[in-house]
Structure formats: C-alpha cells, structure tokens
Design a protein around this ligand. Structure first.
Ligand SMILES: O=C(O)C1=C[C@@H](OP(=O)(O)O)[C@@H](O)[C@H](O)C1
Ligand SMILES: C=C(OP(=O)(O)O)C(=O)O
Length: 410
C-alpha cells in the first residue's frame, strides 16, 4: 500500500517553539561506547529516531542475525563492535544497505585480526563476523574519502585493541566533523586520542562510565531554517541546541545567514528570524553532507543560483542523493548539473505549478528537505513515513506551526 501526504500553509506566517529530536549521530556513538565500557552509563535524551531505537535494541539482542535496516551508523559501528569483541553474528540490512560499500572498514578490521566474510557481493553487506584473534598490528592506512563512518567505527574500538591503533587517513578527509565528534565522545568517556595532520593515535585504554545528555539534532534544525527562509514572516524557537556543539551540521547557522535566516542563541536553544538573502552562493559540503539536500531544495524555491562542491559521498547514502535531487528539482523547472568533475551548479527556474509533488526514494532527507516548499505552493510528499529514520515527529511538528497536513493511503 502506498502513502502520500499533502501539505499547505494558508498564511505563510510561522510562530512557535519546537523540541527537535536528539542527534542520532551523538546518540549512536554514546550507545556503542557505553556498551564497550562494560559499565552502566547514564545516557539522557537518546533520540527517538529509528536509527537510535534500533541500535539500542540490537545491542541488547542475542540473536545471531542482526538487521541494521537502513542505518549506516548502525551497520558500520556494529561491524567493528562485533568484530573486535569476537561476537559471531550475521549482519545484514535493507536492499539499499547491501549496496552501500563497507570494504574499507572490513579490510581494516581483518588486518587487525577480525574474521569477516562477505555473504553476498564482495565489499558489501551482508557480513558474517567470526572470532577475533588479535594480529598485534597497530598501524593502519585507511581511505578517508568514502565514508567517515568507517573511521569512527575503528576509533571507538581502538582503545580495546592490545596495541591500540595508529590510523593514517589517506586521501581527502570527508565528513571530518563526524570524526571529531567521535573523538570528543570518546574523550567524554575517558579515552584520549591524538589527531595530528592525517594520523590519529589511540593508545590501549579503558572507557569509564559517565553521564551524557544528547544534544538536539542540527541536521533536523536545517529543515526549520528552510521553513523560516521560505515563510512570509517567522519567529521560531528550536529547543535544545547549543552554541558549542559536537555536530558539524551546526554549520547551518552560517549557511542560512546567507540564505535569509538570522540565528539568535538563547539559553534554551535558538531563535530564528527572517532577513534578506543572497542571490548567488558557492558552498562546499565536504564537512556537512547532510545539509546539501536542504540547501538545494531551498535555493530552487527561492530562485538562488548555487555552486556546490564536496558532494562525493551523496551517491552512496540512503539513495543516490545527486540523482534524486536532479529529478526532483527538475519538477520545479530548476536544473542541477555537474559542470566539471565534482562541481555542481543549481540553476533555479520559475515555479508555475499549482501543486508540487515530490518522491522520496526511501530517504528521510528528501522528504524533509522538500516539504518546506509547501510555503510557496501546496506540496505532495510520497511515502512520508521515511522521516522515522531521524525525525519521526516531523509532520506532527509542522502541524504545530499551522501547516495543514493530510495523509492519504492508496
Ligand atoms: O558518523 C555519522 O554519524 C554520520 C556521518 C556522515 O556519513 P559519511 O561519513 O558517510 O559522510 C553523515 O552523512 C551521516 O548522516 C552520519
Ligand atoms: C547518511 C545518513 O545516515 P546513515 O549514513 O547513517 O544511514 C543520513 O542520516 O543522512
């Protein structure tokens, strides 16, 4: 049975205070580290995101076959977790997860002495994980231009290795703030590391138990910035965001300043107000790939010319996000093209439709990024339940600020 949802906003004026979901990236690191510490840790404000709920359940499961569904962090973090703690598991996921590469991580773990076999195509899940027999090796070279999640996964298990780990990152470091988030969380739980130039060193150490409160999710905040930018008037408060954050997607503050949103940090979160926007922007998304869809949809809506780099990792996420964006902006008369290797240009067109309809490609961010366009024209979103991956209450929250949200089943 297929589902769709229509969204419209009669006044275009947004007022309200929203409690965002907690960051699934922070939560999933805290859960893995707490499990590795072997001690009780007080984790507060764990995300209601499916990716986090799932990891919590899987960490308690003694089943032999573990389904990471569509959660990249769950697949990558658990591969390292089971491999190094020597748990014999079969690790699988959705059809798409089995097309998302994992070879860099598997080969690194094998060099450290893990036993991992591919059950399907080489380089991709599903995986069969067996006993761990430490190789005594501590120096590894790992490519860092495919996914930072491989590096985060290795770092979190590194203090448990008999010799620790010296990881040399090869190539461009994509999604670097996520690696730094991992190191910050490890530090919070008592483990120190050294990150100098392109080498990260972690000596053998014990995690200690600690209390940790997960911050609200800055990636989820980006959709609210887009809503404010597209509104006629707005005064929106997002609760639970901090000025100093572990999350690289805090970069949305500066990006959205140029796209028409002023941020005021208050004690309880941020207050977003509308301002003028620029007409032509160049942005590099290497450090914040999850913001790209929000920004592309917004620029197509506001008629802003956008040049972009740093989009390499988008092709191997929940869907091929470049292709999905190209198709969906075309339905708004805009075009997204690769004008030279790695450089993309969004040429906005004139909207002249009475209703916009967007496909979501089993990707939560396609749904959440295109929904704010309902402030311009009524919008239909196909398969809206995809938002459960990171922000299950998204549609409910839009209802709180005056959107008419109608769900249809076919
Ligand atoms: O470590 C993490 O929590 C994440 C890292 C990023 O992935 P890549 O490192 O694959 O770019 C990001 O896109 C993802 O949503 C979450
Ligand atoms: C890419 C994402 O998640 P993951 O890689 O963890 O599935 C995301 O949430 O945008």
């Amino acid at each position: 049975m297929s589902q769709s949802l229509t969204l419209s906003h009669p006044s275009g004026v947004l007022n309200g205070s929203i409690k965002l979901p907690a960051s699934k990236s922070e939560a999933n690191r805290a859960l893995i580290i707490a499990a590795l510490s072997g001690q009780e840790s007080q984790l507060h404000n764990l995300s209601e995101a499916n990716d986090t709920q799932l990891l919590q359940r899987l960490l308690k499961s003694d089943a032999e076959t573990i389904d990471a569904e569509d959660a990249g962090t769950v697949m990558r973090f658990l591969t390292a977790f089971y491999a190094i703690t020597g748990q014999q598991k079969t690790l699988t996921g959705t059809e798409r997860m089995c097309q998302r590469p994992i070879k860099v991580l598997v080969e690194a773990l094998q060099e450290l002495g893990a036993s991992i076999e591919y059950l399907g195509e080489e380089g991709y899940p599903p995986l069969k994980i067996g006993k761990f027999s430490g190789s005594g090796k501590k120096q590894l070279k790992v490519r860092s231009d495919i996914s930072s999640q491989y590096i985060s996964a290795l770092l979190m298990v590194a203090p448990l290795l008999p010799e620790g780990l010296e990881l040399e990152l090869e190539g461009k470091i994509g999604s670097r703030p996520y690696i730094e988030m991992t190191l910050s969380l490890m530090q919070h739980f008592g483990v120190s590391a050294d990150f100098t130039e392109n080498t990260i060193t972690v000596k053998p150490q014990q995690y200690t138990s600690a209390a940790f409160t997960v911050e609200s999710d800055w990636s989820a905040a980006s959709y609210w910035y887009s809503l404010v930018a597209l509104s006629k008037e707005a005064d929106i408060t997002l609760l639970g965001l901090k000025e100093q954050s572990f999350q690289g997607d805090r970069a949305v503050v500066d990006i959205m300043y140029r796209l028409g949103v002023y941020t005021e940090f208050t004690g309880e979160g941020v207050r977003l107000l509308k301002k003028e926007h620029e007409r032509h922007l160049s942005l590099d998304f290497s450090d914040c790939p999850d913001l790209a869809q929000t920004v592309v949809a917004l620029c197509a809506g506001l008629g802003i010319h956008l040049d972009m780099t740093g989009l390499e990792s988008l092709r191997i996420k929940e869907t091929d996000r470049i292709q999905a964006l190209q198709i969906e902006v075309l339905s708004m008369n805009s075009s997204l093209q690769e004008i030279s290797p790695g450089v993309f240009h969004l040429e906005p067109g004139i909207l002249h439709k009475e209703q916009l309809s967007f496909r979501t490609y089993q990707d939560h961010r396609m749904a959440m990024a295109f929904a704010p366009l309902a402030l311009l024209e009524p919008v239909e979103i196909q398969e809206p339940s995809v938002v459960r991956k990171s922000y299950p209450r998204y549609w409910e929250d839009l209802g709180k600020v005056g959107f008419e949200v109608v769900m249809q089943q076919e």
